[in-house]
Design a protein around this ligand. Structure first.
Ligand code: ADE
Ligand code: ZN
Length: 323
């Protein structure tokens, strides 16, 4: 199973680039950039990765971002970047953007992994600050596919940012939003009804609202589920209690993703593996998750079809026995 998952063609749709900073790299960059870290060693950093909830993680995550990729058969990634984590420290938008954009170009030429960028607004800050970052992003809008909303969810509903999402849509950006990670199902409704989101990031709390579940199924609005993150941030007490399989059984377009892999113990295949083991997912379900990842992506219809054909070939499915 491990090998099957490792080699399964898939797309990663929920990855915060700042969340891929490994502790070793954090130390190297802190030295180079002469930044004092409140840790003596790499192992001390790792010990601090013991979270009670989203807030306790974000405290460390934003600190790590101050210092500023495996054979997972990932064909395509759609990556969040949080410009405000950098512009708030006096790093200009262009510097943050150019470094990330260049790395994604290298990923495509050296590893054959295509990618798209999603600019994410920090929801614990004001809408005015989000407008400010959107303004700075406009010269690069041809290379940024969508805008998103992340950071501390509770008390910061999508309605707080309606005007800036309206402006972003008028500029041609697609929209996504973290919702229903810790926040209530109402926040998922707001993201759908106020932003017309292409997908919901996390969305696990949709399970509490049967009407919302029906809506997600009818419209096939995808959820980018992050199993290891949800267990590490105590959204679920254990992987065995995760609702990923229930979502799949309901015919929700659920996908598996890694969120902040260096903080939560693994990249995308590790998330598939952990969920497979604890929830007893079979190959058909793994195939469905990978297929959903391509369907839910911002790729062209033609590229989606090519990647799904590669996936079906890998899974031994042909036109006559396809699910
Ligand atoms: N930023 C990085 N990871 C996040 C998460 N899991 N939820 C909200 N904001 C985040
Ligand atoms: Zn996230």
């Amino acid at each position: 199973m491990k090998e099957f998952i490792q080699n399964l063609p898939k797309a990663e749709l929920h990855l915060h680039i700042e969340g891929t900073l490994e502790p070793e790299m954090m130390f190297k960059l802190a030295q180079r950039n002469k930044i004092d870290l409140p840790y003596e060693s790499v192992s001390e950093v790792k010990e601090a990765y013991n979270f009670d909830n989203l807030e306790s993680f974000l405290d460390i995550y934003y600190q790590g971002s101050q210092v500023l990729q495996k054979g997972d058969s990932v064909r395509h990634t759609e990556i969040f970047f949080d410009p405000q984590s950098h512009t708030d420290r006096g790093i200009d938008f262009e510097t943050a953007y150019q470094g990330i954009y260049q790395a994604l170009q290298d990923g495509e030429s050296k590893l054959g992994i295509s990618s798209q960028l999603i600019l994410s607004f920090l929801r614990h800050l004001s809408q005015e600050e989000a407008f400010n970052v959107l303004e700075q992003a406009l010269p690069y809008k041809d290379t940024i596919v969508a805008v998103g909303l992340d950071s501390a969810e509770q008390g910061n509903p999508p309605s707080k940012f309606k005007a800036v999402f309206d402006r972003a849509k008028a500029e041609g950006f697609l929209t996504v939003a973290h919702a229903g990670e810790e926040g209530p199902p109402d926040y998922i409704w707001e993201a759908i009804l106020l932003y017309d989101v292409s997908r919901i990031d996390h969305g696990g709390r949709s399970m509490e609202d049967p009407k919302l579940l029906d809506y997600l199924v009818d419209r096939q609005i995808p959820l980018t589920v992050c199993p290891l993150s949800n267990v590490e941030l105590k959204v679920f007490d254990s992987m065995a209690e995760h609702n990923l399989k229930k979502l799949l059984d309901l015919n929700i377009c659920a996908t598996v993703n890694s969120d902040d892999p260096s903080y939560f113990g693994g990249y995308v295949s590790k998330n598939y593996q952990a969920a497979q083991e604890s929830l007893n997912l079979n190959k058909q379900e793994l195939y469905q998750l990978a297929k959903n990842s391509f369907q839910a992506s911002f790729l062209s219809l033609e590229t989606k079809q090519e990647l799904i054909a590669e996936l079906e070939n890998y899974c031994g499915l042909t036109n006559s026995n396809r699910a």
